[in-house]
Write a protein that binds this ligand. Structure first.
Ligand code: SDX
Length: 416
């Protein structure tokens, strides 16, 4: 029997609201007809209690700390699959067999050439530009190319557009890094894996074989962990822009712009800056107190999450990866020590416990990237590189969803 909710208004009007049930997860109150039948809006700033769409891509159970891509647990994918297999899984719904994986890699190689127009856009930026501002513009530049060829007709059947964005983004991010560091660009070497290729386009032959293999493996895991995350802010932005009929590339540009924010993907850069500040001051307790003081805008970066009210499963995997990478490098990391100390204090502190604030994906990711000599201003572009797969997958699902309408929320008017 379908579950329903009964809404009774003070004027005696009673309406039944169907409760929709997904494969798993909380029931969803279907309020699509609420305004038409009652003249009422719902009010939910930040969409804390609002489902904007139905999706079959990624499932998160925030209370249990569960994350699954197409039904596969994130720990299994991060430990037992490489990132290109995960890209295939997200796009096609199943992990590829050997034959499918080989064909997919050839397709990525075929679509990976970055158009000259985009290369020139990167070169046009001052070396002082934040790499995320350049990346936003690179996707916007790709939208110009797409528009020249296809106008505004959104071709949501042809996955090749999306795969071309996924195929080109490593080279684009590597070129951005080398541009702002005044270094010559390095061409792709398609003999290498997706992650090895990215590492080499970024750093050339700076590392010996052992380090290259260790770092490429760590990056591959970081890409898998950051690939998708249901309706987070940047994915919601990509879907919203696409819902108006804008091209995939224009939508990706909006996704990058959203991810840049320090409360979202920009947090990984903010975590390292915070850990360095704590290292300087030597006083962890001062920062814990600042984070707890509601008069102080300071937040413990890398802590807390809109959905996870438990340990972010990605943070747990990244924490282990930190130990593994630093162990193999026989390096100790003062920042890792501070991060672990911060976590230990916070997880026992009543302020964090009552608000269910735990480390999130951004808390440890920067420490690994720091160990790979990746500068902190490149952390969020690398997050965007990985999330391009999630944005593309979610955009196509939106574009092919019969329920998709232009996203146009209403408001509570409090003006004159
Ligand atoms: C990502 O959505 C996703 O899935 C995102 C992401 C993805 O993969 O796409 O997981 C990636 O963006 C991870 C989050 C990275 N951001 C940070 O680490 C920045 C620090 N975290 C906070 O800004 C915050 O926790 C958010 C933005 C992540 C979540 O904020 P919410 O859900 O709006 O929660 P809230 O602000 O309502 O917080 C509830 C309470 C408040 O205190 P009270 O008003 O109840 O007294 O918890 C407090 C907040 O002040 N709080 C924090 C805190 N986070 C929340 N206090 C101190 N330090 C923090 N980090």
């Amino acid at each position: 029997m379908d579950k329903k909710a009964l809404l009774e208004l003070s004027n005696g009007l009673k309406i039944e609201l169907p409760i929709l049930n997904g494969t798993v997860g909380p029931g969803v109150l279907n309020i699509k007809d609420l305004y038409r039948t009652t003249g009422l809006f719902t009010y939910d700033p930040g969409f804390v209690s609002t489902a904007s769409c139905s999706s079959a891509i990624t499932f998160i159970d925030g209370d249990e700390g569960v994350l699954k891509y197409r039904g596969h647990s994130i720990a299994d994918l991060a430990e037992n699959n490489n990132f290109t297999a995960v890209i295939y899984l997200l796009l096609h719904g199943e992990l590829p067999n050997l034959e499918q994986h080989k064909k997919f890699l050839l397709k990525i190689e075929k679509l990976s050439k970055v158009p000259e127009q985009v290369v020139n856009v990167i070169k046009a930026f001052p070396k002082t530009a934040h790499p995320m501002s350049i990346l936003i513009t690179c996707f916007a530049s790709l939208s110009a190319l797409y528009h020249e060829r296809h106008g505004n007709n959104v071709n949501s059947e042809d996955l090749d557009f999306g795969i071309s964005a996924i195929a080109q983004v490593p080279a684009i991010v590597a070129m951005i890094y080398r541009h702002i560091n005044d270094q010559e660009f390095i061409n792709a070497n398609n003999e290498l894996s997706y992650s090895e290729n990215f590492l080499r386009m970024m750093f050339g032959d700076a590392f010996d074989n052992a380090k290259s293999a260790l770092f490429a493996k760590a990056l591959d895991k970081i890409f898998t962990l950051h690939a998708d995350h249901e309706q987070n802010a940047s994915t919601a932005a990509v879907r919203l822009v696409g819902s108006a009929g804008s091209s995939l590339f224009a939508s990706l540009s909006a996704g990058v712009a959203t991810l840049w924010g320090p409360t979202h993907g920009g947090a990984n850069e903010a975590v390292i800056n915070m850990l360095k500040e704590i290292e300087q001051s030597g006083d962890i307790d001062k920062f814990i107190e600042k984070a707890k003081d509601d008069k102080d805008p300071f937040k413990l970066m890398g802590f807390g999450h809109r959905v996870y009210k438990n340990y972010d499963p990605r943070a747990r995997i990244l924490k282990n990866a930190c130990n593994e990478v630093l162990g193999k490098l026989e390096q100790s990391s003062e920042l890792l020590k501070i991060a672990k100390g911060l976590e230990k204090i916070a997880l026992k502190d009543e302020y964090f416990v009552t608000r269910k604030l735990y480390p999130n994906v951004d808390f440890y990711s920067g420490i690994i990237m720091n160990a790979i000599d990746i500068p902190s201003n490149m952390f969020t572009p690398i997050f965007a590189l990985a999330r391009t797969t999630g944005w593309v997958t979610q955009w196509y699902e939106m574009a092919n969803d019969k329920e998709t309408k232009i996203n146009r929320p209403r408001q509570l008017y409090v003006g004159k």
